[in-house]
Design a protein around this ligand. Structure first.
Ligand code: C2E
Ligand code: MG
Ligand code: MG
Ligand code: MG
Length: 292
């Protein structure tokens, strides 16, 4: 009956709700211990030069290997780290892991790619952030030119002079700074005015619609031209289709990153791609959807 169906729907809804909040609760509860036990792992997603299709960089993307929940997405726990202040030790762990990896690659003669690291605003607000970055680079004998930082606008206030100063010092040191998820925030353009940056990462919410939908296509073309006029490099995120790639190439977007070429991979798998060096498009339908 309709009433039964209604009840079933309600039951289904309640159980997803409970499952959702239970998982959130469990993750928040386990986070501190996970940090002590180093239950995290970095995946690497290649960033390609649009013209040569060579891997020029990789974005380090964190996952949590949780005993009960399996591989957990950063979307589900970075906010916990930020809210508890544990993003600072976690951020140090991430940067150390990246630097150790770069050091290992250098010693084994792997290609000299750069690695980009996502940095939360909370990390920038710590007084000795820039100094701690410097000492980690020295500890692992990594040149600053091998590291890039990606900053998302949503959590950073563009007129915060402490952040402007930190970014200036990091760039002076030789670390490139990219503005992540460009176009999704409130003040993307004031960022370009306020900060000296090296590049922008065009958000996938625009990239997804090129060259099919008119408005996003115009926006992407214009943003690329705007960025170039300010001497910024443009990286397109979330490239999933050949048509998107062809369009971005025509528009002189320098680099692309997305499932069309590779998902984020565990380090051994990523090294196999590095060995190959040049990547070919793989339509997403041929890839497993289950992977994070
Ligand atoms: P983000 O920095 O914008 O990273 C790009 C996200 O897009 C990644 O999700 C990546 O897996 C996904 N992606 C890449 N190519 C494609 C594509 O073609 N299609 C689709 N649909 N998605 C694609 P992920 O790894 O789940 O990370 C989500 C967010 O979590 C990141 O967004 C970043 O804001 C945050 N995050 C990840 N790792 C770290 C970290 O080490 N530190 C900090 N502070 N935040 C991190
Ligand atoms: Mg990023
Ligand atoms: Mg981001
Ligand atoms: Mg992004």
């Amino acid at each position: 009956s309709a009433k039964e169906r209604g009840n079933n729907t309600l039951q289904a809804y309640l159980s997803t709700l409970t499952a959702g909040t239970y998982k959130e609760f469990s993750l928040a509860n386990d986070f501190r211990k996970a940090l002590q036990n180093e239950e995290f792992v970095l995946y690497y997603q290649p960033r390609l030069d649009t013209i040569t299709r060579k891997i020029v960089a990789a974005e380090a993307l964190i996952r949590w290997e949780h005993d009960d929940w399996g591989l957990v997405s950063p979307v589900e726990f970075i906010h916990i780290a930020e809210e508890t202040g544990l993003i600072v030790p976690l951020g140090n762990w991430i940067l150390k892991t990246v630097c150790r990896q770069i050091h290992t690659w250098s010693k084994s003669g792997m290609a000299d790619i750069r690695v980009s690291v996502n940095i939360s605003a909370k990390q920038f607000l710590v007084d000795d952030f820039v100094d701690s970055v410097w000492s980690i680079l020295r500890e692992f004998d990594v040149k600053p030119e091998r590291i890039e930082f990606e900053i998302t606008e949503t959590t950073i206030i563009p007129n915060d002079s402490a952040i402007v100063e930190s970014i200036r010092r990091l760039r002076q040191m030789g670390i490139a700074i990219y503005f992540d998820d460009f176009g999704t925030g409130y003040s993307s353009l004031s960022w370009l005015q306020r900060f000296e940056l090296d590049g922008i990462k065009l958000d996938k919410s625009f990239v997804t619609h090129v060259p099919v939908r008119w408005a996003p296509t115009q926006i992407v073309s214009s943003v690329i031209r705007l960025a170039h006029s300010l001497n910024l490099t443009v990286v397109a995120e979330g490239v999933e289709a050949n048509g998107q790639f062809a369009f971005l190439k025509d528009e002189k977007c320098e680099q692309v990153q997305g499932f069309l070429f590779s998902r984020p991979l565990p380090v051994e798998k990523f090294e196999e791609l590095l060995d190959v060096g040049v990547l070919h498009p793989i339509p997403c339908s041929h890839q497993s959807r289950a992977q994070l």
